[in-house]
Write a protein that binds this ligand. Structure first.
Ligand code: GLN
Length: 475
């Protein structure tokens, strides 16, 4: 496969060595050829080819945007005007978006081509891609294994070279975990770094959009283009956006990286622990100080996350009532029956499980016992990170406890599935940025991913450390 990284493509088009149409054609060919991977729910073939002509001309004449030459796949929970917005749910199967999300607007304004909408776990609830109501996406490294979730299609599309890069959303790990399982880079920025306007809400206080890519360079360029404060999202942050795209390659010498002691348990797949150790050695050789840090709240993260995210989901998903959006059950005799039947038929099993759990933890009598306590745990988790960050600039941890598991292996055991998120959910609870980077393969040749954890709004240190590791060969 040729190097289709954004900057190299721009250079080649400018020199007349390459035409953007042939790149788009190659990606579309790959999408069609690997249809068995179930990465996409919609492909905008003709629109993408037409756009390629226009953007190629812009690059040649020197007035193109920063993402000219990039072909981007977008998770099907972000609005793109005139396109479907299904969240891989039957309840939104025929819904067409009347407007653009802020990220779609920013991508287009920077001259990226949006190639299509990617498969996902229904309403972004899942860790394997198997909760898609349409079809489960498959891991391109071994199709009997899951690609991770919920941004499964986005990770598959990038790993199988069906696009330059993709956008995903991450509520408890859904960018980082599939990136790890598919052997690519995936960044969940700080909460508020990127506008959520036009992202279908799952758990609003945890949801964050971010890029998945084959290199740190591409990741930085895309992050640069989509970050920033937005009048349409009052939770987007006024913080200035650093120069990610020009500063990601700066040296990390002299930085301190913490490794949370509690994360290195028996339950961790030994090959992932080995990857942590060899990464640690590379960092030390590069002049980085590595220290042990304490994150004592690890045992409470999953419980707090699944109470808070289900509570918020039960509220957010109450809007799908058969009246305003998408699917409506037929033959109901009364209004109540129409609501009930629409939701019974329109939502899948996991979504219903979460609506019920969330309604329960918010109900009078249980609110104090569950929801309020989960919020208190959330505060303690945030403080845990604040204390640990007194000793280091960033942290290194596993992204997941295991490499990609088999399709069907965990789907009937929700608790085991939820434990997949042990290393990722705490960052969403604390609002911190996290970057999953590829770190070799296990004995079955499945990718291993490691997570870099940053202080609030310090995505730059994560990119710089990721870049150092990307360019430091294993010895
Ligand atoms: N796997 C987690 C869940 O099922 C995270 C999902 C996400 O980040 N969207 O909730």
């Amino acid at each position: 496969m040729e190097n289709f990284s954004i900057r190299s493509v721009q250079k080649k088009i400018k020199n007349g060595e390459l035409h953007l149409k042939s790149i788009v054609g190659e990606f579309i060919g790959r999408i069609e050829q690997r249809d068995d991977l179930n990465a996409f729910l919609a492909v905008y073939k003709n629109a993408a080819l037409a756009k390629a002509e226009e953007i190629n001309n812009k690059i040649r004449s020197g007035n193109a945007g920063s993402l000219a030459g990039a072909v981007i796949a977008v998770k099907d929970n972000m609005a793109f005007k005139g396109g479907q917005l299904s969240c891989a749910s039957k309840i939104l199967e025929n819904f067409v978006s009347p407007y653009d999300s802020t990220v779609a607007k920013k991508l287009t304004a920077a001259d990226a081509i949006i190639i299509g909408k990617t498969n996902m776990d229904e309403f972004a609830m899942g860790s394997s891609g198997e909760n898609s109501s349409v079809k489960p996406a498959k891991n391109p490294h071994n199709t009997s294994h899951v690609p991770g979730g919920s941004s499964s299609g986005s990770a598959v599309a990038v790993a199988a070279n069906m696009c330059t890069a993709a956008l995903g959303s991450d509520t408890g790990g859904s960018i980082r975990q599939p990136a790890a399982f598919c052997g690519i880079y995936g960044m969940k920025p700080t909460y508020g770094r990127i506008s959520r306007y036009g992202l279908v809400a799952f758990a609003s206080s945890l949801d964050q959009i971010g890029p998945l890519a084959n290199s740190i360079d591409d990741l930085a360029v895309i992050l640069q283009a989509i970050s920033g404060n937005d009048v349409h999202d009052s939770t987007s942050a006024p913080e200035p956006v650093p120069e990610f795209s020009s500063r990601f390659s700066e040296s990390i010498e002299g930085k301190t990286v913490g490794i949370p002691r509690q994360y290195m348990t028996e339950a961790l797949q030994p090959e992932i622990a080995d990857a942590i150790n060899s990464t640690k050695a590379k960092l030390i050789a590069g002049g980085v100080k590595v220290v042990d840090v304490e994150l004592k709240m690890l045992d409470y993260c999953i419980a707090a996350y699944y109470i808070i995210c289900t509570a918020e989901a039960s509220s957010n998903l109450s809007r799908y009532d058969g009246v305003r959006y998408g699917f409506r059950a037929e033959n109901a005799k009364e209004l109540d029956e129409m609501y009930t039947q629409t939701r019974v038929q329109g939502f899948g099993k996991e979504v219903k499980r979460r609506i019920m759990l969330g309604t329960y933890v918010l109900s009078a009598g249980y609110y104090d016992a569950y929801y309020r306590r989960a919020l208190k745990a959330r505060t303690l988790i945030r403080q845990d990170f604040e204390n640990a960050f007194k000793q280091c600039d960033l942290m290194l941890s596993p992204t997941t406890p295991t490499t990609a598991f088999k399709l069907g292996e965990n789907i009937n055991d929700p608790l085991t599935m939820y434990l997949q998120d042990i290393y990722t959910v705490s960052l969403n609870l604390a609002g911190l940025p996290g970057l999953s980077i590829p770190a070799g393969r296990d004995s079955a040749a499945l990718p291993i991913g490691l997570q870099l954890i940053g202080k609030p709004f310090d995505e730059l240190s994560l990119l710089q450390t990721g870049y150092f590791l990307e360019n430091t060969p294993d010895n």
